[in-house]
Write a protein that binds this ligand. Sequence first.
Ligand code: FES
Length: 137
Amino acid sequence: MARHVVATVDQIPLDQRLLVQVNGREIGIFNVGGEYFAVGNRCPHEGASLCKGRIVGLVEATGPGDYQYSRRGELLRCPWHGWEFDLRTGRSWCEPDRTKVRSYDLKVEPGGALIEGELRAETFQVTIDKQYVVLEV
Ligand code: FES
């Protein structure tokens, strides 16, 4: 898998998203309370631009009138027919064993770590002090 630096963290504010293109794929990067997740922008139901859907939480009820709201911002609702997907796993909330949107590994790394490697040419002092979002595809 190749690593791709797709953004700096300040390009994806808290509870916002950024749509990026990597190797011809559209991928949505989501900042959920300071954690970052990446999913493909194609809904497995009928192909809608899933990453343009609402970001919601989980509503559960133990009985009539007794509701709990949890997992704020961790579910993505498709804009076409409302299927919901867990941003942590890509799994459909209703059919977790059968339906899944593609999810990707993502890390936040300091700029200094991105220029390290085993093979080195002549180097010059460089200062990179931002945090970068790095996607593995
Ligand atoms: S296309 Fe996403 S729920 Fe139908």
